[in-house]
Design a binder for this molecule. Structure first.
Ligand SMILES: [Zn+2]
Ligand SMILES: [Zn+2]
Length: 257
């Protein structure tokens, strides 16, 4: 249980009112869900398939894809982590880090009770995306086609009606490309991958250098393939933050063309 004002805005800044806060100096988008919203015609809910339907911002008239709504749709492309909090009587409760896999536009009442077009985001817990993407990296296709797919996967979350790929496929496309790009060597320490997977693909782990957690679609310019040692170092080492800075510098040379 956190205090929205003392624990969130005092430390990270960002809009103190409304459902979506976009602190300018941090790579996070904070979204709040709760009872309050229902008076305004919002009915956020968890679906059986693990998707959390989250109504965007805009209390009267059609919702538009700007400000907070745009921040959610573009979070992967912009390297921001979505943090979901549930509003409780005495504060806010952290629900988890989310990936936006797309959105729907559907009629829903606004604050005045008039029907309007609401943007309903489909969010999924990042840990569930990582779980489902544990299938073996493929070696299907040339590096150029893998790269093309990875960059396509990092585009802003699509409208439901225009999307043909799932968030799992997008996440996998990014991983497969960075592993192929590394050609069997850790992009951190340049050592060969310590072993190969069952299908012969060298074992390397995708690390997201500008996000809080790994997994989900991201711009391949900000995802580096690491050996397990380098990966543990960046997350658990005393010099982890500094090492992540080194990796950022390395990425500038790795993904230029
Ligand atoms: Zn390494
Ligand atoms: Zn990592």
């Amino acid at each position: 249980m956190y205090s929205r004002r003392a624990d969130i805005h005092a430390r990270f800044d960002g809009q103190q009112r409304g459902g979506i806060a976009t602190p300018a100096k941090h790579s996070i988008v904070i979204v709040f869900t709760g009872e309050e919203g229902e008076e305004h015609g919002y009915s956020d809910r968890w679906r059986d398939d693990g998707v959390f339907e989250y109504f965007g911002e805009g209390q009267v008239g059609d919702m538009v894809m700007q400000k907070g709504n745009r921040a959610i749709a573009h979070h992967a492309a912009n390297g921001k982590s979505i943090l979901l909090f549930k509003i409780a009587p005495r504060g806010v409760v952290f629900e988890g880090e989310m990936i936006c896999e797309g959105y729907q536009v559907r009629p829903a009442p606004d604050r005045l009770g008039n029907l309007r077009n609401a943007i309903v985001f489909e969010l999924r817990l990042v840990e569930n995306v990582i779980e489902r993407v544990s299938d073996l990296p493929t070696t299907n296709g040339t590096l150029a086609t893998l790269r093309e797919r990875a960059f396509a996967a990092a585009k802003p979350a699509p409208a439901k009606s225009t999307s043909s790929t799932t968030v799992f496929e997008r996440s996998r496309d990014v991983r497969d490309y960075v592993v192929a790009r590394a050609v069997g060597h850790c992009e951190g320490c340049s050592q060969p991958a310590p072993f190969v997977r069952a299908n012969g693909v060298p074992y390397l782990e995708p690390h997201h250098i500008r996000r809080l957690t790994d997994g989900g679609p991201d711009d391949p310019r900000f995802v580096i393939a690491l050996c397990p040692n380098c990966h543990r170092r960046v997350h658990s080492g005393a010099d982890g933050a500094a090492y992540n800075g080194d990796l950022r510098d390395k990425m500038k040379a790795i993904e230029i063309a």
